[in-house]
Ligand binder design. Structure first.
Ligand code: SF4
Ligand code: SF4
Length: 319
């Protein structure tokens, strides 16, 4: 498995207008006990190798005890066989925190806030943070590079990026506040499902290119998030969830990065999926319509993250 992206808390010091998972001050996170239970349900490294685990939020540095508890358990389970990455907006990162992160075996730090949507002061910290990283021997990498795998060494790295138009997330996923505030410009040609962070290959956990997104304990096949998760990590091991989905043609289509083809075994052609994607605006919105209108039995009804509040009735009224 290439990557497990894990949001351990949606609590954040900012409330950005484009935030896809509605993070904000006071939003919920997992408890220490829930973190422990979730780590138990992550893949056994003897059975499935995991290239990297990316811990994100919310803002993980406002709740350090939760972050460091997660890092400690993950390192204990995976040792050096799995890279640990931390994604942050950088506002609270200073010398002491960086040293603590490095001591907790973090391999890479992503400052994912370099865009016009975050608070102005966030961007202004970039020179300070760059100097700080260099002072501890970290080197910069291209945000989308997999340099550590290529180097196969312990070199610690950092990257700066954000929701800029040149990035794959530039159009903004039609999710959370980005969707609510009309900031997502995603159209039919934005094929999020086939791109980095999409659902493509999520089931192929023995192959390169497999990634899942865990929001608190809700497991999704992609970062844009289906309208309900495929399962709950507190209750079911991740690999069992993926094996269960592997049996179903709907999830097989997502695994191919073909959400428009999800309904083929239900009598809905791929052509119909493309038509609805165009009419609704983009294929993640078609994905919402498909699951709520045509395959509600595949939904986990007890989502604890924001997608659990999607207005299913409204979607079912769509033609
Ligand atoms: S985009 Fe990042 S910094 Fe902004 S509210 Fe969301 S999690 Fe917080
Ligand atoms: S189409 Fe569905 S599965 Fe694919 S990226 Fe969008 S929300 Fe995720």
């Amino acid at each position: 498995m290439d990557s497990i992206y894990w949001v351990i808390s949606r609590d954040c010091n900012q409330r950005c207008p484009h935030c896809y998972n509605n993070s904000e001050p006071g939003a919920p996170g997992l408890t220490r006990e829930q973190i422990s239970r979730c780590v138990e349900h992550l893949p056994d490294p003897q059975d499935v190798s995991v290239e990297r685990i990316i811990i994100s939020g919310g803002e993980v540095l406002i709740w350090p005890e939760l972050l460091f508890h997660s890092l400690e358990l993950l390192h204990r389970k995976y040792q050096t066989g799995t890279q640990l990455w931390v994604q942050t907006n950088g506002d609270l990162l200073d010398e002491a925190m960086l040293d603590r992160l490095l001591a907790a075996h973090v391999n890479r730090i992503d400052i994912a806030s370099m865009d016009k949507y975050h608070a102005k002061g966030t961007m202004q910290r970039k020179p300070y943070l760059e100097e700080l990283f260099h002072s501890r021997g970290l080197i910069p990498v291209d945000p989308e590079s997999d340099i550590q795998t290529e180097l196969n060494c312990d070199q610690k790295v950092f990257a700066f990026w954000g929701a800029t138009e040149d990035e794959w997330i530039g159009p903004l996923w039609p999710r959370g506040r980005a969707f609510k505030k009309g900031l997502s410009k995603a159209g039919p040609s934005d094929e999020f499902c086939r791109l980095w962070s999409g659902a493509k290959n999520f089931l192929d956990y023995h192959q390169p290119g497999s990634e899942v997104n865990i929001q608190l304990a809700d497991v999704y096949p992609c970062c844009p998030m289906t309208c309900r998760p495929i399962g709950n990590l507190l209750e079911e091991p991740l690999i069992e969830q993926l094996d269960r989905c592997q049996q179903h043609p709907v999830y097989q289509a997502l695994n191919q990065g073909r959400p428009e083809a999800m309904g083929e075994t239900l009598g809905l052609s791929e052509e119909h999926g493309f038509k609805r994607s165009r009419e609704l605006g983009n294929h993640c919105l078609w994905c919402d319509e498909f699951f709520t209108k045509h395959a509600p039995h595949l939904l986990q009804q007890d989502a604890i993250t924001e997608r659990g509040t999607v207005d299913l009735v409204h979607l079912q009224l769509e033609n």
